[in-house]
Design a protein around this ligand. Structure first.
Ligand code: 5RP
Length: 240
């Protein structure tokens, strides 16, 4: 699993803070990445201590970790729909969080997909009544400016790259670090990391990317985060 950004201690504080917000009987979306993994481990400890929850994983990696920690699991198809329990909250990481310029930092739009799991993460996070984002201070920025991961159907890779250029971005096919070839998502697709510079209007860019044929999902998460738990070297700040 990819790790990035700040210290593991800060990530652990963030993950554990969000895991503490889970109540008995809830259905919890389980995010992907090194920070969300801390939340899953702490939830596992709480299950050992008697907490009754069910988790909805957002990736193969989060499913494996949660199963290993004894967290009962549901597929999203079992969690939503008629007579289904719904998803009470989701806990997920982020690659960048826009906290605004000046004034009180707020839980703004996110860039996700550093672990290539953003399609299922968005499904689960959007289905949840509340999304708690877990991050360390290296993820905070006044305005989003990191490359946006765009999951593309393999056959659409060149057409999607052209559409990204037309929208003002520079796409780079994500390559596997330890293998000679592209990253392939849990859904069998490719990822283009698309640099747009500062993203002044995330909603507009999100709409453009969503409307592009061949795009399965992109990593702009707009109006989804309810709280951001930022772990620091000494504690946790919660942005709303
Ligand atoms: C995976 C993600 C992760 O949540 C994001 O990459 C953050 O990971 P980490 O907590 O390891 O920094 O979006 O697709």
């Amino acid at each position: 699993m990819k790790t990035s950004g700040g210290s593991d201690a800060a990530k652990r504080r963030a993950g554990e803070s969000a895991a503490a917000a889970v109540d008995d009987g809830e259905v919890v979306g389980l995010g992907t990445g090194s920070t969300a993994a801390h939340a899953i481990r702490r939830l596992g400890d709480r299950v050992d201590a008697g907490l009754e929850v069910r988790g909805v994983p957002t990736s193969f990696a989060s499913r494996e970790l949660a199963a290993d920690r004894g967290i009962p699991l549901l597929d999203l198809d079992e969690a939503v729909g008629p007579d289904a329990p719904g998803v009470d909250l989701a806990i997920d990481g982020a690659d960048q969080v826009a906290v605004g310029r000046g004034g009180e930092p707020t839980a703004g739009p996110l860039i996700k997909g550093g672990g290539a799991a953003h399609a299922r993460e968005k499904l689960v996070d959007a289905a949840a009544d509340r999304l708690l984002v877990v991050a360390d201070p290296s993820k905070e920025a006044p305005v989003l400016d990191r490359p946006v991961p765009v999951e593309s159907l393999p056959a659409g890779r060149t057409a999607v790259a052209e559409a990204v250029r037309t929208a003002g971005g520079e796409p780079t096919l994500r390559r596997a670090e330890c293998k000679d070839g592209p990253v392939v998502t849990d859904n069998g697709n490719l990822v283009l990391d698309c640099a747009f510079g500062e993203i002044a209007e995330p909603s507009a860019l999100a709409a453009t990317l969503s409307a592009t044929p061949g795009v399965v999902e992109h990593g702009l998460f707009v109006d989804l985060a309810d709280e951001v738990h930022v772990g620091t070297e000494s504690g946790v700040r919660v942005l709303t």
